[in-house]
Design a protein around this ligand. Structure first.
Ligand code: ATP
Ligand code: MG
Length: 230
């Protein structure tokens, strides 16, 4: 479902070139639960932005469901991001001063889902993440873990093929982090493909495969022997 071949990304700022990704190739099949690990600056977020069709590689190929992302125009890319990919960010990226319910409805508004269905799905997913009693809370009235759960609910509403999560537990306490990972694990068991970026071993331990990056290169790509809980 995800296939990247010889992907490179070079940023050029004021004549300074930074090689963020250097000849990266791998595949992720439907239903996998993969973590991408690596130290700060190793290219994890850069890779996630490319997988999420938010950025393009300098060279190399990215196929999502057999579609070459580089061939698509802006409208087609927006459509893919809306319908095929669910994003979860470290900083939640919720709209401030906007209720959990309305935040969750944003992708469905872009996706042309009618109002009745929007409310139905928003309530369903808020319940799934255990926030049915926080529907009208705004982000500043929610804890970090609760905000991230709203973001997960938002990522699910368009029933995406793949959920991309960049450090989803990076800003939250470990007790809440365990709850976030439990939800992602459950979603994976329901068949969602999940790619999670982390530099925490405890988080990677939930996933079935670990891809290790260092200096923009894959240095290891292995099946997790034992799935461990924390
Ligand atoms: N827009 C940009 N312009 C120039 N260089 C960039 C840009 N974005 C990232 N980089 C550089 O590319 C490299 C990879 O960055 P990236 O954000 O992908 O790392 P990361 O693995 O996500 O790190 P972290 O764990 O700190 O989030 C870094 O050296 C970074 O400085
Ligand atoms: Mg990053």
């Amino acid at each position: 479902m995800i296939k990247v071949s010889h992907l490179s990304k070079i940023y050029t700022n004021a004549d300074v070139k930074t090689v963020a990704l250097d000849d990266v190739s791998f595949e992720i099949t439907q239903g996998e639960f993969v973590s991408i690990m690596g130290p700060s600056g190793s290219g994890k977020s850069t890779l996630m932005h490319i997988l999420g069709a938010l950025d393009v590689p300098t060279s190399g190929d990215y196929l999502l469901d057999g579609q070459r992302i580089a061939d698509l125009d802006d409208d087609q890319l927006a459509d893919i991001r809306n319908k095929k990919i669910g994003f979860v960010f470290q900083a939640y990226n919720l709209l401030p001063r906007t209720t959990a319910l309305k935040n969750i409805m944003v992708p469905m508004m872009y996706g042309g889902v009618d109002k009745k269905e929007r409310i139905k799905r928003a309530e369903k997913y808020l319940k799934m993440v255990g926030l049915e009693n926080r529907i009208y809370h705004t982000p500043n009235q929610l804890s970090g873990g609760q905000q991230q759960r709203v973001a997960i609910a938002r990522a699910l509403t368009m029933n995406p093929n793949v959920i991309l999560a960049d450090e989803p537990t990076g800003n939250i306490a470990s007790s809440q982090a365990a709850e976030i990972m439990r939800i992602l694990d459950e979603l994976n068991q329901q068949g969602h493909t999940i790619v999670i970026i982390t530099h925490e071993q405890e988080v990677a331990a939930y996933t079935k495969r670990v891809v290790h990056l260092r200096d923009g290169r894959i240095i290891d790509n292995h099946i997790n022997g034992k799935r461990r809980r924390y």
